[in-house]
Write a protein that binds this ligand. Structure first.
Ligand code: HEM
Length: 233
């Protein structure tokens, strides 16, 4: 009897990677690793945008530099897209599995102690995903921009966009959601990577709260600075 490739694949069973992905521990590790990539991007992006306070030409030059190097730009975009995909799919699957395992939530100490941030991870995740789509259409593609959009004029686009209250409100709401998401996400990342220890729990919780607050406030400062006239064209 002849053995086809399909038979061989079926006989050899799922690969190590798919077994890892199918396990709860594997999904948590992949969520933590993709979360580190996304966290690093958010920090680097915010620091890059801080150039808005140093001079309009500086941030325009930075945006042009990124676009000049198309190879780097597209490599970064692909890494980010894969990280967002892995993070979102693993997160949704873990959430579904948890709900199926315990359809009626605990009314015990565990639930009382859960923070608002940890209970709203799916909601804040969905808000961040929607924000990313809106944000790219607003400042990279320009079709959702509130004012006149000029390609590669990052500072001008920020100023024309944030001179309107609606985008400012949308950005602030999204950044508050991002802050809550990072607060629990950074803390739980340590546990998922096996780096948690009762001795450091309080310190790690404080570090996560500090990082989340700084990122949320740093990002909120941009639309507020423009709307209040602190930064202008
Ligand atoms: C108020 C806060 C923020 C400001 C002022 C801001 C500013 C900008 C600007 C000016 C661009 C266009 C760059 C260009 O194409 O020339 C951009 C692109 C982008 N931003 Fe933000 N950003 C903010 C927050 C965020 C956050 C929190 C995330 C992620 C969660 C994010 C993700 C992105 C992505 C994915 C792009 C598209 C990059 C590409 O061209 O592929 N941004 N942002």
């Amino acid at each position: 009897m002849s053995v086809t490739t399909k038979d061989a694949v079926i006989a050899s069973g799922p690969s190590r990677l798919s077994l890892f992905w199918m396990s709860t521990v594997g999904k948590k590790v992949l969520m933590a690793l993709s979360g580190i990539i996304l966290f690093a991007y958010v920090v680097a992006h915010m620091l890059g945008n801080m150039q808005l306070y140093l001079g309009i030409e500086l941030i325009n030059g930075y945006a042009r530099l990124l676009h000049l190097n198309q190879g780097f730009l597209w490599s970064a975009r692909i890494v980010l897209l894969v990280a967002v995909g892995v993070h979102a799919i693993a997160g949704i699957e873990l959430w579904i599995n948890k709900r199926e395992a315990r359809p009626i939530p605990y009314r015990s100490k565990e639930n009382i102690q859960a923070t608002t941030a940890s209970r709203t991870m799916i909601l804040t995740g969905v808000i961040i995903a929607a924000f990313i789509v809106y944000h790219v259409l607003d400042l990279t593609v320009g079709v959702a921009h509130a004012g006149p959009y000029v390609h590669l004029e990052a500072a001008g686009n920020l100023i024309t966009g944030f001179s309107h209250p609606l985008p400012v409100v949308l950005y602030i709401v999204a950044m508050i959601a991002l802050g809550f998401h990072l607060w629990h996400g950074v803390y739980s990342m340590f546990g998922s990577l096996g780096l948690s220890h009762p001795r450091y729990t309080v310190g790690v919780k404080r570090l996560a709260a500090l990082a989340a607050t700084l990122i949320a406030l740093g990002n909120i400062s941009f639309p507020v600075a423009v709307l209040t006239g602190l930064v202008h064209g």
